[in-house]
Design a protein around this ligand. Structure first.
Ligand code: CS2
Length: 488
């Protein structure tokens, strides 16, 4: 009788035996974006120019990524997906992954090593423990409360940064540069602000030292990187013959604009890998946060409510393709100062092509996460700027209304939505506390962590969101979008 063949077990990806560079960077947040972006740029820069820029990655939360990558000595595959196929690059820039909750002292020792010149961050918007509407440190955030009481066993990124800087100061070492690589407006100054607020509470002399000596350059980061799925891992194994559960999949496009402001000028030659060093990142950040992330969130909430699984599927629907075209033209581009060398209409046209890449299965549900931390810089700032010049934003109001519908926790078929957001309970309670659409909108507008009170009180803004919410309830996401476009 034929024996059932043993399942083909493929070998794990194994790191090469190339000599490793010394470690020069500690990176907080070893998630998919970091592995598809920062580590790829750094690997390319070292390949071209050398340099001791190996990376200690640090997870502030759990061992999952470390456990996936440790067996393959922290090498992994960067998979660039186009409609015509995939390109694979094996990345060996990560030297080790530390798990902070297991041993916070080991993380602080790494950050205090004199060879470490940069601490970079991809910790998502919620990782900064700030108030998204104001940028102030949330002093009542559980991790901040803990870290102010136990500064030598920190839990938060801010706590680790301040304690490590304190240790370097006590050792007579230069500080490291703090490089935020998250989708926040003025991410460098914002990080500086929350770090100084925290340090001031602990030790004003330390706060002054940080203020005087530490660089917090701003950056704009861009590469669409969906969460890796089992199917991605299987496809890679079929194509390469090895198993790599730490692989990342992403689009070919990437853009990194960095303020060239580093302690003692010490940084990798990321420009040889395509990064742009500039004096002022602000216009690039505004362009990207509003044109890309603003329409991403718009498509995420409306697309999810309309029943679409991915961004590509949503934009393949002519109604939503027309929606983002109209939003760019009439509500976003007029508020964006043109960065040097950029053509905003061409930039947005290229965004649409990027969104339509069918090889990138970027889930609307994934982008819908943490909306309370994203709306201010992606949608509300644009609407505020439009109000200031008397321009209405009915289509962005529909995006805000769709977020409000989404956080109610049930979709258009009455099915539950798994709302992932630090404020999920607060948002659900607010939504459930009212029945009439205008009352639901008002209870959500009253949440000052998301909505600046002045904006929430603006009748043009409030009436536009109420009208959009009522249209959503009456007609559903797709028809409401169709009617909204016709109405502008
Ligand atoms: C997305 C971003 O998940 C999200 O919120 O909008 O991760 C987006 O894919 C990147 O900013 C693209 O550069």
């Amino acid at each position: 009788m034929n024996q059932t063949p043993a399942p083909q077990t493929k070998p794990l990806l194994m790191r090469s035996d190339k000599p490793r560079p010394k470690v020069g960077i500690v990176h907080l947040g070893p998630g998919a974006f970091f592995r598809a972006f920062n580590a790829v740029y750094t690997a390319k820069a070292m390949k071209a120019r050398g340099g001791d820029w190996g990376i200690y990655a640090v997870s502030l939360r759990n061992p999952h990524i470390r456990d996936k990558l440790a067996p393959q000595h922290y090498a992994y595959t960067s998979v660039s997906l186009t409609p015509d196929g995939a390109e694979h690059d094996i990345i060996e820039a990560i030297d080790n992954i530390l798990v902070a909750p297991e041993n916070p002292s080991a993380v602080l020792s790494a950050m205090s090593d004199p060879n470490i010149h940069i601490v970079s961050l991809t910790i998502t918007e919620k990782g900064y423990c700030h108030n998204p509407a104001t940028g102030e440190l949330q002093l009542d955030h559980p991790d901040i409360v803990h870290d102010l009481r136990h500064p030598k066993q920190p839990k938060s990124a801010v706590g680790f940064l301040v304690q490590a800087l304190a240790q370097r100061r006590d050792l007579g070492l230069s500080p490291f540069t703090v490089l935020s690589c998250d989708n926040l407006p003025d991410n460098g100054p914002l990080t500086r602000h929350v770090v100084l607020e925290f340090a001031q509470k602990l030790n004003p002399d330390l706060a002054n030292w940080i203020k005087t000596n530490v660089c917090f350059p701003a950056t704009m980061v861009d590469r669409i990187t969906p969460a890796t799925t089992e199917a991605d891992i299987t496809k890679l194994a079929d194509a390469t013959g090895y198993i790599d559960s730490g692989c990342v999949v992403h689009e070919p496009f990437c853009q990194w604009v960095i303020e060239d402001n580093f302690v003692d000028g010490k940084r990798p030659d990321w420009d040889i890998a395509g990064a742009q060093f500039v004096n002022d990142v602000a216009a690039f950040e505004t362009m990207k946060l509003r044109c890309l992330n603003g329409t991403h969130s718009t498509l995420a909430y409306l697309g999810y409510l309309a029943g679409y699984e991915t961004i590509a599927e949503t934009v393949a629907d002519p109604v939503f393709a027309a929606l983002i075209d109209t939003i760019w033209r009439q509500e976003i581009i007029p508020t964006v100062p043109k960065p040097e060398g950029e053509d905003l209409n061409a930039y947005c046209a290229a965004l649409k092509i990027r969104y339509l890449n069918p090889a990138i299965r970027h889930r609307t549900w994934q982008i819908a996460m943490d909306g309370s931390q994203k709306l201010p810089q992606r949608l509300l700032g644009t609407m505020t700027d439009n109000l200031a010049v008397g321009r209405d934003s009915p289509l962005l109001a529909l995006a805000v209304a769709a977020w409000m519908r989404y956080v109610s926790g049930s979709d258009e078929k009455g099915q539950p939505i798994e709302v992932k957001d630090p404020l999920a309970k607060v948002l659900r309670t607010a939504s459930d506390s009212a029945d009439k659409p205008e009352d639901k909108v008002d209870t959500l507008l009253a949440i000052q962590a998301v909505f600046d009170p002045e904006l929430a009180a603006n009748t043009h803004f409030r009436n536009a969101v109420i009208a959009a919410y009522k249209a959503l309830i009456k007609h559903g996401a797709r028809s409401a979008a169709e009617q909204a476009i016709q109405g502008v």
